[in-house]
Design a protein around this ligand. Sequence first.
Ligand code: UT7
Length: 329
Amino acid sequence: MSKISAAITAVGAYVPEYVLTNQILETMVDTNDEWITSRTGIKERRILKDEGKGTSYLAIKAAQDLINKKGIDPKDIELVIVATATPDMKAASTASYTATEIGAVNAFSFDMDAACSSFLFGMSVAASYIESGRYKNVLLIGADKMSSIINYKDRATCIIFGDGAGAVLFEGNNEGLGLQDEYLRSDGTGRDFLQATYGGSSYKLTPEIMEQGGQYAFQEGRTVFKNAVSSMADAAQKVIERNNLTTDTVDWFAAHQANKRILDATGNRVGLAPEKVMMNIEKYGNTTSATLPLLINDYESKLKKGDNVIFAAFGGGFNWGSIYLKWAY
Ligand code: UT7
């Protein structure tokens, strides 16, 4: 019997309607369109404004988009993973609520958090369940309502992040398509440079802390930038080399959309032609766990069966890595 590989067989996505443009941000903090565009490549991002709606709302919409496009019966889904850094609640997983709402009543479900690498690491987990033969399919959703942990008075973070969700279905493949290899790493010393500190078990969220904006995410942008470029390029190069690929035989580079300059520099270091570097950051900003599925959703019509796609991500923790996947349809 040939080995089962884990292939992506469907994609779906959702972004909220409200568009937060650079021009609107100019009225909120001391910034301008020229600075944001030249330093990040971002023109606008989507924000989920509706009171009481959280990450599950985005995840459910993305999953429903996939279900409708693929025409699958949600009752046939066996596992639902929600990759997110902004769950609806601290306890009661966002994935369980999402699974029930989409009608995946025969599935088990859980959340996964590795900050901006949540979806990349989720691909590894989803693929392992398929490769082991234990489950036939896994619905992996990357969803984040970043606006829930962003301080719209802090120009260093509020210009970057947006809300959104994307979903992929992993299924078994007998043609050798799907996930081929991965190189995933973590370094806990990196958390000093990118974190949302308060409200977890170490640091209590008090009214005084909230007054100082302690509930929000902060980052030391330059340090994160440098580490993101070197770590993603290093991981991607390792995966390319050990699979005997070349910059010619790599068809696409799908990397976490954190900053256009990070993407340009990483693609450059790896030696990839700019047209192979997928990019949609101008429309959505950094949506954390949602950037990779939103990216492949936008490029779905250009992807061809057998294409060699190199994924890469870097995020808070620090967590980073690269995955080599052969596109299956
Ligand atoms: O998903 C993973 C997590 N995040 C990332 O990967 C993000 C990584 N970092 C970055 O993308 C960039 O570091 C930023 C976009 C956050 C910042 O860009 P930068 O080129 O690293 O700028 P900087 O922080 O070095 O600041 C340069 C200048 C400073 O002014 P001075 O000190 O030179 O006078 C900042 O105060 O730009 C100023 N500045 C701004 N000016 C206008 C910082 N933010 C803004 C702003 N508008 N929004």
